[in-house]
Design a protein around this ligand. Structure first.
Ligand SMILES: [Zn+2]
Length: 70
């Protein structure tokens, strides 16, 4: 769903920290977390997710748990 080959989640941000006013990239609901994805070529991208899709991503990529901002 989220990650392409060679990519990994490098960070999870509260949207307030980034001053982002974004909606979920999957469904357009209110953004709950912004995850930062880094690829093998050194480029990173950010993905905004609502609570539902963030939890789905956590279940699919459990390593995200270790990257969460506390
Ligand atoms: Zn969503």
């Amino acid at each position: 769903m989220l990650l392409q080959h060679g990519e990994e989640v490098s960070n999870c941000l509260h949207p307030e920290f980034n001053k982002l006013d974004e909606s979920c990239s999957e469904c357009g609901a209110v953004c709950y977390r912004v995850i930062v994805i880094s690829g093998t070529v050194g480029r990173s991208r950010q993905l905004s997710l609502c609570g539902k899709h963030f939890i789905e991503a956590l279940q699919k990529y459990p390593e995200m748990n270790h990257r969460q901002a506390s």
